[in-house]
Design a binder for this molecule. Structure first.
Ligand code: NAP
Length: 270
């Protein structure tokens, strides 16, 4: 361990946060680049009602970088000094950089969606069924529409699906109309179904086919039920681990100024 009194703290906040693999991923990167005397990465469960106090803590303790996960990505925005243009368009912040006392909000989740998807498919004119309308869904909507895909959003709270659809020129559906996903080229799950209730899936297996790509943003040590069932249907699959890695590589650069050691960070969490 190379931590000294000069080591800068980076951390992830969420509620829950204990499932997060970000500490292993980032710390493995620091060690590989021999900057583990400069940076250390921790995790903290923060209640969303305490977010204002937590932001005061960042400033008081000069914490260098924060990764925000559920349910903080939208809640942190009013407390930051500056929001970068992409994060503003997405409407969610998953990365905060403390630049000498100025807190700047970024979003790298969209790269976590885009980079793995583009390894499988060219998005131009493809149809995407996006399940969920929270922070991760906003990043996914930005990523796929930026590359010319057509978007249909399905959400439990239809009002939120409609708002997101309006911003990204898509269609909005309730979860009662989930059978429509059958015709999509790509299905992306960004709900937390499968995170808290591990035996649940947002999409019945019968609506998944071998012509589709199924991307589940949820990640865990085990494969999600959605990914398991998609494999049984011979669909191409992308797990939340890929999203975690690619949003994390971009975040690593923002926190440290160094390019992420991709292979080592991948090995640390897979
Ligand atoms: P969020 O902003 O709180 O959004 C949660 C979404 O899930 C909303 O659309 C919500 O619907 C829906 N939802 C929650 N419980 C539901 C239920 N029981 N039935 C139906 N819908 C439900 O959260 P987020 O930040 O977007 O994160 C969503 C998921 O993506 C989490 O599991 C998170 O871990 C994962 N994620 C993974 C990565 C990665 O790197 N792999 C990155 C970002 C996020 P309502 O609008 O109706 O409440």
């Amino acid at each position: 361990m190379n931590i000294t009194a000069r080591t800068k703290i980076c951390m992830i906040i969420g509620d829950p946060v204990e499932h997060s693999l970000s500490p292993q991923m980032h710390n493995a990167g620091y060690e590989a680049l021999q900057i583990d005397d400069q940076f250390v990465y921790l995790a903290s469960r923060v209640n969303v009602n305490d977010i204002a106090d937590f932001i005061k803590g960042i400033r008081a303790m000069h914490i260098r970088g924060i990764s925000c996960t559920i349910p903080h990505k939208i809640a942190v925005i009013p407390y930051l000094d500056k929001i970068d243009a992409v994060a503003k368009k997405i409407g969610a912040v998953n990365t905060i950089v403390n630049d000498e006392g100025k807190l700047i909000g970024y979003n790298t989740d969209w790269l976590g969606i885009l980079v793995p998807l583009e390894k499988h498919i060219t998005l131009q004119n493809k149809t995407v069924a996006l399940i969920g309308a929270g922070g991760a869904a906003r990043a996914a909507a930005f990523a796929v529409t930026k590359k010319g895909a057509k978007l249909a959003i399905y959400n439990r709270t239809i009002k939120k699906a409609k708002e997101l659809a309006k911003e990204f020129n898509g269609e909005a559906y309730s979860l009662d109309e989930i059978q429509n996903v059958k015709s999509a080229d790509i299905i992306i799950n960004t709900t937390s179904i499968g995170l808290k209730q591990k035996n649940k899936t947002p999409i019945p297996k019968k609506y998944i086919s071998n012509k589709q790509i199924i991307f589940d943003a949820v990640y865990d040590s085990e494969e999600s039920r959605l990914i398991k069932e998609a494999k049984k249907q011979d669909a191409q699959t992308i797990s939340g681990i890929e999203m975690l890695l690619h949003q994390g590589f971009a975040q690593f650069r923002l926190f440290t100024g160094y390019e992420a050691p991709i292979d080592i960070m991948r090995k640390a969490i897979t």
